[in-house]
Design a protein around this ligand. Structure first.
Ligand code: PLP
Length: 402
């Protein structure tokens, strides 16, 4: 009789807290798609699902790199020409105390490495609420509990400074600031950056400045980099090709560690240990970084023009629709309206998929203040598609709650 294993293989209990609502809704969507309905995905922030294209000169650079034999492993930090280009770009943003730069498989891996290199059991990290769910997923994986601070809807979704102050403990090691923000589309004021930097100085925190959307500011004010405002503070700035440069599938992100050299050195050594252990980021795609940052930027005005029009349409619909209200986004391509409904926002979102075949993400998937409900819209589709989606959402609100 051959031996077979009969007991289930349980997954690690720390995964109980891992949620990624953006993709977790896929099960409901699959059920609806099986019935023959086409789903409109307003849930995933991938511009290439819509009328946006990766700049041709970047594709050529990767193709050339492959033909030139850049198909082996690269140095663990990344290839020199790309690292130099990231440093130069950081310099243009006023980041002048750079201590290290490294390239990863998307910002997703930068986050993974940076959090793992910092946190010990019992430590905590301040993360925004609502949150881009990657952060809480990585913290769960590391067995670190959440210490979430609120973004303040009444204050244009700026971080709630008083809440941050209340939540700092002796074991708080850092703070995550997503700017421009996913899911709210807010952009931090200079004063807010200065205030957070001051807290970091006082409590010896590392600031993780997730600035992956920094070139997608929709109204023409410049983006202010946290590391430029706080040159002396340990900051790791996250950037990449997924959003600004329309190449999410290439999985190219990076981290820029800045601050006082002596203070940040041991931490940077820890990051590099982990970078070596995972060998390297995708090699040929790294050759798109220099052409992206230093080549033609023609796609950006066009991307922003489209996003502005789609943001304005979204804000208009939210303002005109009963039960819905919105702090208009100023960056990225997300809107996070609040909804006044008598049932959980997750139920509303699931019914929206089932009945109207439109997919958005429920606020509870990102976190929100108790007693409030939201949903996140990705406003990447063209105006005609968005208008149809909003009309369907309006219909469901009316049918279900009036
Ligand atoms: C705020 C934020 N950080 C990081 C990421 C992950 O980006 P990447 O594709 O570089 O892994 C995303 C993706 O949507 C994001 O919105």
């Amino acid at each position: 009789m051959p031996l077979t294993q009969s007991r289930e293989i349980a997954c690690a209990s720390r995964l109980e807290q891992v949620r990624y609502a953006i993709r977790d809704l896929a099960c409901v969507a699959e059920e609806v798609a099986k019935q023959g309905h086409k789903i409109l995905p307003l849930n995933i922030g991938d511009p290439l699902n819509f009328d946006f294209a990766t700049p041709a000169h970047m594709i050529e650079a990767v193709y050339k790199a492959m033909r030139d034999g850049k198909n082996g492993y690269s140095h663990s930090s990344g290839v020199k020409e790309a690292l130099d280009a990231i440093r130069a770009e950081a310099g243009r943003k006023g980041i002048n105390t750079i201590q290290d730069v490294f390239i990863t498989s998307g910002v997703s891996e930068t986050v993974d490495v940076c959090l793992a290199a910092l946190l010990n059991p019992g430590d905590n990290l301040l993360t925004p609420c609502p949150d881009y769910p990657l952060y809480s997923a990585v913290l769960s994986k590391l067995g670190i509990g959440l210490n979430a601070y609120y973004l303040n809807e009444e204050d244009g979704w700026q971080p709630d400074l008083e809440d941050i102050k209340r939540k700092i403990t002796p074991r708080t090691r850092g703070i995550v600031l997503i700017n421009p923000n996913n899911p709210t589309g807010s952009v931090c004021t200079r004063q807010m950056l200065e205030d957070i930097a001051e807290l970091a100085r006082r409590h010896n925190l590392v600031i993780f400045a997730d600035e992956i959307y920094d070139k997608l500011i929709l109204d023409d004010d410049p983006h202010i980099a946290m590391a430029a405002v706080a040159p002396d503070v340990p900051v790791v700035t996250f950037g990449g090709l997924s959003k600004n440069y329309l190449a999410p599938g290439w999985r190219i992100g990076w981290g820029i560690a800045s601050g006082d050299a002596a203070v940040i050195r041991p931490y940077v050594e820890g990051i590099n240990k982990l970078l070596r252990a995972r060998i390297c980021a995708n090699h040929p795609e790294q050759y798109a970084i220099k052409p992206a940052l230093e080549g033609p930027q023609d796609h950006l005005p066009e991307v922003k023009r489209k996003l502005r029009a789609r943001r304005d349409l979204t804000a208009k619909w939210c303002n005109e629709t009963p039960r819905v209200s919105l702090v208009a986004p100023r960056g990225a391509f997300y809107a996070y309206p609040s909804i006044d409904i008598p049932e959980p926002d997750e139920t509303f979102v699931c019914e929206l998929i089932r009945q109207k075949h439109v997919m958005v993400v429920h606020g509870s998937g990102f976190g929100q203040r108790p007693g409030t409900q939201h949903f996140r819209i990705v406003f990447l589709p063209d105006e005609k598609t968005l208008a149809a989606a909003y009309s369907a959402i309006g219909d469901l609100l009316r049918e279900r709650y009036s």
